[in-house]
Structure formats: structure tokens, C-alpha cells
Design a protein around this ligand. Structure first.
Ligand SMILES: Cc1ncc(COP(=O)(O)O)c(C=O)c1O
Length: 277
């Protein structure tokens, strides 16, 4: 397996960073993650835009332009020849002289095999809520401390995931965006304190051609009154949220609109891939 580190393609075992990197010293850095399907870099334009935005927002100077990054990704894809896989691009805080001041960032691009099925039936999830907002929600930082810390609580409560909220107004999951479908078939998703997911963007585009879509505040009470709820991410696509804090949402089953949106999303993905072939 090859990885890209700073300015070269290396065998993964030979790709090393110095321990003074701010990512190690303080957990400072940004990243992006996306799937490769049938050799196509899925929604790479959106992911590169977000990667560059996260870097700028965190005052990290990315050494490459969007086009240059795209070429590097294509080169890595050809070298590793993994038609179905994931790409993880990380930009760290760099080798800091005093373990605090950011320095020249280190760029790492890693690829791993990832098989994916076009399942059209949404998985059903039971979730809990937790009062928290990420430090800098508009950037995809490498700081997942709270999400990882909550893993043991999820195991104890036999829940699949945790939805962050502040004072009852929800935002996002540690790694996914959240949507509800109201009793009037309005599709709502939080807009504040969230990372703007690429899957969220694709789902909003699919949904808006058939339904009223609102990007705005969603409360825990709104969830309990909703007909359906679901989450979105690159690796989960769309999964139904059928229980929150042990209370059923709607009829407690994945809903018709959630299922319809999953089908639309899979079609959008298939069309994207066939255009790239
Ligand atoms: C905080 C957060 N929200 C949402 C998402 C989903 O984003 P995407 O749909 O681009 O995978 C992620 C992805 O990891 C995330 O870290």
C-alpha cells in the first residue's frame, strides 16, 4: 500500500512523522474522507472544497491547489489500484518548535480497501443525546475527543450513536448529519453548529425536488413529534433513526421518505460514477 506524504508517494511502512507535530502534541489538524467507487473518486470536487475550507479556517497553509491535490489523489489511486476503497487526507499543525505555535503543515493521504453494497433498505438506529457542541464545527478538524469518549456510554446504553444538542436544540452526530421528516412532510436539518456534510448536500438536493426543505433549528421535541428521522454520511449514506433516548420516532420503523431518499442517493452516486468512467 502506498501513501502520499508531503511531496512523495511512499510505501505505508516508510511514511513517518516526527513526534513534534501539533497533531500529536495538541490534536491540531484537519482532514477529509471520501469513498472511491469503481475507481471514481466520489464527489471529489466537494471534498476538496471542504478540505481547503477547513485548512483556511484553521490557519493551516495547504501546500497544494485544488487541481494539484486532485492530481495527487488520481496518482495514488492508480498506484494502489483499489477500485473500491476510502481516501483520508490529513493536514496537520506541523512540527512546532514549542508544541503550541503552528508550523508548516504535513500532508498525508492514505487509502484503504472499502467494500460497499447498494443496499436500498435503510438500517434502523437507536440513538441517545448529549449536551455538547464541537469547538469549531465549520471545520473538519481531527478532534473527535467527545465522540470517542462517549463510546463507552453508547455501549452501556446499547445505543448506536449520539446526537449533540445545546439546550435541547440538536446539531449533529460526531461523524454524521441529522434530518427529520415532520408530520407535514417537511424535511428539516440543523444549519448551526454543524459540519456541512457532502452527503447532507446531496440529500438536500434530492429532497428539494419533491419536498419542502428547511435548514434551521431542530429540537429534541421536534424529533419526538417527527414522522421520520435519519442521519447521513459518506460511509453510512442514509440510515434511519427510529429511537431517541429510548422513545420511538414515528412508528419506530424506517420511514417511506427515508427509504425513498436512500434510493435517490444511490442513483445519484451510480450516475456520478458512470459519468466518470
Ligand atoms: C462532524 C461531522 N458531521 C458530518 C459528517 C458527514 O459528512 P460527509 O457526508 O461529508 O461524510 C462528518 C463526516 O465525517 C463529520 O465528521
Amino acid at each position: 500500500m502506498f501513501v502520499f506524504l508531503n511531496n512523495q508517494l511512499l510505501e505505508a511502512e516508510k511514511a513517518t512523522l516526527h513526534i513534534s507535530d501539533l497533531a500529536i502534541q495538541r490534536g491540531y489538524g484537519i482532514f477529509d474522507f471520501f469513498r472511491v467507487r469503481d475507481n471514481a473518486l466520489l464527489y471529489v470536487e466537494d471534498h476538496l472544497d471542504r478540505f481547503i475550507h477547513s485548512a483556511q479556517f484553521m490557519h493551516l497553509a495547504c501546500p497544494y491547489s485544488k487541481d494539484q491535490l486532485h492530481s495527487i489523489l488520481q496518482e495514488l489511486q492508480q498506484k494502489n489500484n483499489l477500485p473500491n476503497s476510502s481516501m483520508r487526507m490529513i493536514l496537520t499543525g506541523g512540527y512546532s518548535a514549542d508544541a503550541y505555535q503552528p508550523a508548516d503543515p504535513n500532508l498525508i493521504i492514505m487509502q484503504s480497501p472499502l467494500a460497499f453494497q447498494d443496499t436500498l433498505v435503510p438500517k434502523s438506529l437507536s440513538i441517545i443525546t448529549h449536551e455538547y457542541v464541537r469547538d469549531i464545527p465549520e471545520a473538519k478538524t481531527i478532534n473527535y475527543t467527545m465522540g470517542i469518549w462517549l463510546q463507552s456510554k453508547l455501549a452501556e446504553q446499547k445505543a448506536d450513536d449520539v446526537l449533540y444538542h445545546i439546550n435541547g436544540t440538536v446539531s449533529e452526530f460526531p461523524r454524521c448529519n441529522f434530518f427529520i421528516v415532520t408530520k407535514n412532510n417537511v424535511i428539516m436539518t440543523p444549519a448551526k453548529n454543524v459540519l456541512k456534510g457532502v452527503t447532507r448536500k446531496k440529500v438536500l438536493a434530492c429532497a428539494s425536488s419533491h419536498y419542502k426543505v428547511v435548514e434551521g433549528p431542530v429540537t429534541i421535541d421536534d424529533i419526538l413529534n417527527a414522522k421520520e428521522a435519519f442521519l447521513t454520511s459518506s460511509t453510512k449514506r442514509i440510515q434511519a433513526v427510529t429511537k431517541v433516548n429510548d422513545k420511538a420516532i414515528g412508528n419506530g420503523e424506517p420511514g417511506a421518505i427515508t427509504t425513498e431518499l436512500l434510493k435517490s442517493l444511490v442513483t445519484v452516486e451510480q450516475n456520478y460514477v458512470s459519468k466518470k468512467l
